[in-house]
Design a protein around this ligand. Structure first.
Ligand code: CA
Length: 247
């Protein structure tokens, strides 16, 4: 049975979500605080999707998602934002969310998003079609050195280690790879990866880069693939030994 964890402190909303999700045939567990969520996830890990309200008393949803990912939990997560502000959305994606809905939301849209997360592989392939193709070989995979990214499976392999990626991590990586050897600005990443054109705080992108470096770089403090270009943005270099810097 598909299990969904609903993290929501407003009880009427939590009750409504439980009722409707159970009516769809899902098994539902509700946690009302960030602390309760983290405790629950320590003992029960078999959730298929997490629906996470970000505005919680105490530890908020952003911190819960960050803690989940730091402890190696990669349950697809849909965040519910109160304001739908670009900063909140980006902060949530940087914390590891896969999708978001702004409150108040339409129940049928929530159901569709949850089904989307459950078919994550299919979903990422569909979203991939909106991004230009990567040129080396298969559209849904890319190999550089001892590392490879499988965009269909949302996995990054580094030698014998496998890191699950969120959709947003995968899309950001795809964008950087497509511009291999070129400097891309934070603004262009915001526009092309997230579709955000407004005057958004771009610092959340740096959180993504920190995390991607942790996966990809042998020494994240001295990156060789994901380079910071001061005052401009970032540059992906597939093969540093071949003089990728000189491009
Ligand atoms: Ca709340």
């Amino acid at each position: 049975m598909t299990r969904i964890l609903v993290v929501e402190d407003e009880q009427h909303l939590a009750d409504g979500l439980r009722f409707n999700l159970e009516a769809e045939g899902y098994e539902v567990q509700v946690a009302e605080t960030g602390e309760a969520t983290l405790q629950l996830l320590e003992t029960e890990t078999a959730f298929d999707v997490v629906v996470m309200d970000v505005m919680l008393p105490g530890i908020d949803g952003f911190e819960v998602m960050t803690a989940m990912r730091q402890s190696g939990q990669f349950v697809p997560t849909l965040m519910l934002t109160a304001r739908g502000q670009a900063e909140d959305v980006l902060r949530g994606f940087a914390a590891g969310a896969d999708d978001y809905l702004a409150k108040p939301f339409d129940l049928s849209i929530l159901m569709a998003r949850i089904k989307g997360l459950l078919r994550r592989g299919e979903w990422v392939r569909a979203s991939a079609q909106t991004l230009p193709q990567i040129s080396n070989g298969r559209q849904d995979a890319y190999t550089f050195g001892e590392k490879s990214v499988d965009f269909g499976q949302l996995e990054l392999r580094v030698r014998d280690q496998v890191f699950p990626l969120t959709l947003m991590e995968a899309n950001l990586l795809r964008y950087l790879i497509r511009h291999e050897g070129q400097t891309v600005s934070r603004k262009s990443m915001l526009a092309q990866v997230w579709g955000l054109h407004e005057d958004t705080d771009t610092r959340a992108i740096d959180n993504f880069m920190v995390r991607l470096r942790r996966y990809i770089e042998d020494d994240p403090k001295n990156p060789r693939h994901l380079l910071t270009v001061r005052a401009l943005g970032y540059r992906f270099v597939a093969n540093p030994a071949a003089g990728g810097r000189s491009k």
